[in-house]
Design a protein around this ligand. Structure first.
Ligand code: 4AD
Ligand code: MG
Length: 461
């Protein structure tokens, strides 16, 4: 390696050693004799300062060192004279890899709006904010694998192209190689998908759960962590058309075990972020959201409130006047109701036992005939961060629910067979990865916690 990361250099005690740093110039200031160059290489939110005596370099080199240019600086690592950093590099050699024209480089000034930065998503990783978000995102992905591995879960890769609609909500992106201008037809005039690539209709998956269940009924405890796709036309700060989901599925777990796991995992992840990404979180806290760190801490400290949908409706109904959507038993809860509950109980809430008509076909039916053993975890700031349930393991009950809900049993024969052969109680849930990152970073819009967001009418980059 012919250079050292800025992160490592900033943690090195200076003893006059020769070092090389490589990165992008954030700012350059100084006078006609001396230049102070703030260099960032993405390894940390902090920059290293390189100090260059102008007379030691050619004029041609110096004029190329502007905000956004990419350079290598070699020099002596010394204790910094100035404030704000412990060490700096006294530059002896500077190589310019790439220039950034002062007139046209879009990140010239500070303080761009998030909306503007979305239009330059190819460059926004170079801002402090997106550097912080992307490092946190990485750390969370790592922590998720670590958490499951240490708790005896196996990571299962479920397919991205599927023939089934796991949520039964019909919000899928079609996958086809048919020529849309020359579609083959059957005798009755419908499209002949037998001629399509897979010989049947296929889509991008909305969830890895169904295949995850197959694996859990063999390996015990599994999880999936992959991209999922939903063609729902929800242009909100909480929805993406392509998002990542973590879906654990556990044989022999019932509703309470499922809730315990969800709560323990979320607390572990938030704690991990505070322990391992403090610099980045502190930056976001100071820059955008002074309550961020306090909010993260408060979630770790207390047990989550656990309450049934039916009881929650009783809490909400007296407040109907203040809601845009009125609540009564049987209605799906909106963001405003979720927010109210989280504020009312002063922290995360796990809502359970929803009316069966607003939940997916696979959820275990309760004895009351009206509700299913669902759980949604509601978070401050976010609303629903996790959706899950105990699963219906009884073949007859599952099959009749599928009929009622017009879920094509014929296509799901393989899913139903798990209830015929060695079925058992099991449960699982899905954590929206971007919603977790939203919570941990305190960002306002889900488009700003994924490098290249996919939303209605938007698939640039
Ligand atoms: O509640 P959902 O739809 O549940 C499932 O997909 C189940 N199959 C999960 C399971 O039991 N294995 O989605 C789970 C979570 C939501 O709570 C939310 O955090 C996130 O996925 N989510 C989205 N995130 C971003 N954009 C969207 N359009 C999302 N839809 C769901
Ligand atoms: Mg849900």
């Amino acid at each position: 390696m012919n250079h050292t990361s800025v992160k490592e250099l900033l943690n090195t005690s200076p003893s006059g050693q020769q070092v090389t740093a490589k990165g992008w110039v954030r700012t350059r200031r100084g006078n006609k004799n001396i230049s102070f160059i703030a260099l960032n290489d993405g390894s940390t939110i902090h920059n290293i300062q390189a100090v260059a005596e102008i007379s030691a370099f050619s004029e041609d080199t110096m004029k190329l060192i502007t905000t956004g240019s990419c350079i290598a600086v070699t020099g002596t690592l010394v204790e910094s004279q100035g404030q704000g950093q412990k060490v700096e590099i006294q530059a002896k050699e500077i190589q310019v890899y790439g220039t950034a024209d002062v007139e046209t480089y879009p990140l010239q000034k500070k303080g761009h709006t998030m909306e503007f930065l979305r239009e330059i998503a190819h460059l926004r990783p170079r801002t402090n904010t997106f550097g912080a978000v992307l490092r946190i995102r990485h750390a969370m992905a790592y922590a998720i694998h670590h958490y499951f591995n240490k708790n005896g879960f196996y990571y299962i890769h479920t397919p991205i192209i599927t023939g089934s609609d796991a949520e039964g909500a019909g919000e899928m992106f079609r996958v086809t190689t048919l020529d849309l201008n020359k579609l083959p037809h059957t005798e009755d005039g419908s499209i002949n998908f037998k001629e399509d690539f897979f010989g049947k209709e296929t889509n991008l998956t909305v969830s890895g759960q169904l295949e995850g269940e197959l694996a859990a009924l063999a390996l015990g405890k599994i999880y999936t962590f992959g991209p999922t796709f939903r063609a729902e036309n929800s242009n909100t700060p909480r929805h993406l058309a392509e998002f990542w989901m973590i879906e654990p599925e556990m044989a022999f777990y019932e509703a309470k075990d499922n809730m315990d796991l969800a709560e323990d995992m979320l607390k572990y992840l938030i704690n991990y972020a505070l322990q391992n990404c403090y610099d980045d979180i502190e930056f976001l806290n100071n820059m955008y959201d002074k309550e961020l760190i306090a909010r993260l801490r408060s979630v770790i400290e207390k047990p989550f409130t656990r309450i049934s949908y039916t009881d929650a409706v009783e809490v909400l109904k007296p407040k109907n006047d203040s809601f845009e959507y009125k609540v009564e038993w049987g209605t799906d809860l909106q963001k405003e109701h979720e927010n109210f509950l989280v504020e009312h109980f002063k922290g995360p809430v796990i809502l359970t036992d929803y009316p069966k008509q607003i939940k997916a076909f696979y959820m275990k039916q309760n004895d009351d005939g009206k509700t299913v053993r669902a759980m949604d975890v509601l978070f401050p700031w976010i609303g629903e961060i996790i959706g899950g349930s105990q699963r219906e393991e009884n073949f007859e009950k599952l099959s009749s629910r599928m009929k009622e809900m017009h879920i094509p049993e014929k296509e799901m024969w393989w899913y139903l067979e798990t209830r015929k052969f060695g079925t058992c109680p099991h449960a699982g849930f899905g954590l929206g990865f971007e919603r977790l990152i939203l919570f941990i970073t305190g960002m306002n819009n889900i488009r700003d916690v994924i490098p290249f967001p996919r939303t209605p009418k938007n698939a640039e980059f």
